[in-house]
Design a binder for this molecule. Structure first.
Ligand code: ADP
Ligand code: ASP
Ligand code: MG
Length: 412
């Protein structure tokens, strides 16, 4: 007997028929004698609708009430799946985050899980042989007793955190693709499914835009060593394929230089022209942005030829763009720049692979290939196992396909 956590995303529970299909996947594992906790997302499109309702009701909404609203989507699917399980003879009950209890921080809308009490669920496994159907994406902030949500895509994190808390043998993330691919298969039909991917690579892929797993879920899987699979809920429930295992680097036999290509459209570029070229200027720009909780990613400062002024370019998320511009415009005289130029019409394309540690010139090949396609690079960052380029959004697909082919990732 093993103990499993099975997570089903929005498309997998999009209507009652699909919820019945999920119940058949759960039945397979229960029939095999396993203890099963299931984590569910809201039906696809539901969370977007709830978010839109909050914004409509109050443009500057209170994040605590936003959480009370958006957490409701998962509550519905948890109850419905428990009902679907009952109809096929499987004992089950639904659990909301606070009932488990999943304790979180008070960062409403993007809360972190701090603690999970698995005792009640383990007891219901032992006493009633009941499947636990847990609402993903939500928890409770203990001191205020308020519902908190974990950020978009957060049910992945609920699943891995619960797997760690229950000391589960495995966490299966069921979604609408049959594993992790070399890039988003919806953009590049030649993308290949990977049998295995290293934790660190998956962490970079997720951070750099591959939304197949929420970043925090990969961090937790890595820290708690939870064997985590990404697999398809659309496989035959009687005979599903194993999907992609996220595992230690050492457990992967053949390691290519580049494992995958990711891209993020949630980017904005800001350039400050003719800044004073003097000590303290960078601090004068980035400290106020940090104080306003605005994350800055790529930074480029040009070396001035006249030694008196310089230009500074950096990126933030598209969501933070307006706020960042407002902060900087407000400090224009203090910082001392001539013009602020900005654009949200940019995308960050990244190549990821642990093999980059031992190979030189990997990024240089990309710069050449992109230039041959007439794609202009606006900014570059590199680190040990990845590099990223910022380009005009119109070239996203061309750039992703070009790099995918360049590094030999195309399906043959
Ligand atoms: P769920 O609702 O099940 O959580 P998501 O939509 O959050 O599903 O994530 C699955 C989607 O992630 C896929 O449909 C796919 O388009 C996208 N995706 C992006 N990059 C990748 C990748 N490298 N491999 C697989 N899927 C990816
Ligand atoms: N329903 C939430 C969302 O759409 C959480 C999730 O699906 O993981 O972001
Ligand atoms: Mg998701």
């Amino acid at each position: 007997m093993a103990r499993l956590v099975m997570k089903f995303g929005g498309t997998s529970v999009a209507d009652i028929d699909r919820i019945r299909n999920v119940a058949r996947h759960v039945k397979r594992e229960v029939d095999a004698g396993h203890e099963v906790a299931v984590v569910v997302s809201a039906m696809s499109g539901k969370t977007n609708e709830l978010v839109a309702w909050c914004k409509d009701a109050s443009p500057l909404y209170d994040a605590r009430e936003y959480d009370a609203v958006v957490a409701s989507g998962e509550q519905v699917t948890a109850g419905l799946l428990a009902l679907a399980l009952h109809t096929i003879g499987i004992p089950a009950r639904s659990w909301q985050g606070w009932q488990v209890a999943i304790k979180t921080s008070d960062a409403h809308g993007a809360a972190r899980i701090e603690e999970i009490h698995g005792g009640a669920i383990l007891e219901s496994f032992a006493k009633n042989r009941e499947v636990a159907v847990i609402a993903g994406f939500q928890g409770v902030h203990g001191p205020t007793n308020r519902i908190a949500t974990l950020g978009r895509g957060g049910s992945d994190t609920s699943a891995v955190a619960i797997a760690a808390a229950l000391k589960a043998d495995r966490c299966d993330i069921y979604t609408d693709v049959d594993g992790v691919y070399t890039t988003d298969p919806r953009i590049v039909p030649k993308a290949r499914r990977l049998d295995r991917i290293a934790f660190e690579e998956m962490l970079e892929m997720a951070s750099l835009g591959a939304k197949v797993l929420q970043v925090r879920s990969v961090e937790l899987a890595m820290v708690h060593k939870v064997p985590t699979f990404v697999r398809s809920s659309f496989d035959d429930p009687e005979n599903p394929r194993p999907g992609t295992l996220i595992c230690e680097e050492e457990d992967i036999v053949e390691q290519p230089v580049v494992t995958g290509i990711a891209f993020s459209r949630d980017e904005a570029q800001i350039t400050l022209r003719r800044l004073a070229d003097a000590p303290g200027v960078a601090a004068g720009i980035f400290m106020p942005l940090a104080d306003a909780n605005i994350n800055v990613d790529m930074i480029i400062q040009t070396v001035s030829d006249d030694k008196s002024t310089t230009d500074m370019t950096f990126t933030t998320t598209a969501a933070d763009f307006d706020r960042a511009c407002a902060v900087l415009e407000g400090l224009k005289d203090k910082i001392g720049f001539a013009v602020l130029e900005g654009s949200t019409d940019v995308v960050k394309v990244s190549a990821i692979g642990v093999g980059m540690r031992s190979h030189a010139g990997v990024a240089a090949r990309a710069f050449k290939a992109l230039s041959e396609k007439g794609i202009n690079i606006r900014a570059i960052t590199t680190s040990e196992i990845k590099f990223s380029v910022l380009i005009e959004a119109a070239y996203t697909e061309l750039a992703v396909r070009t790099l995918h082919t360049l590094y030999g990732l195309d399906k043959v």
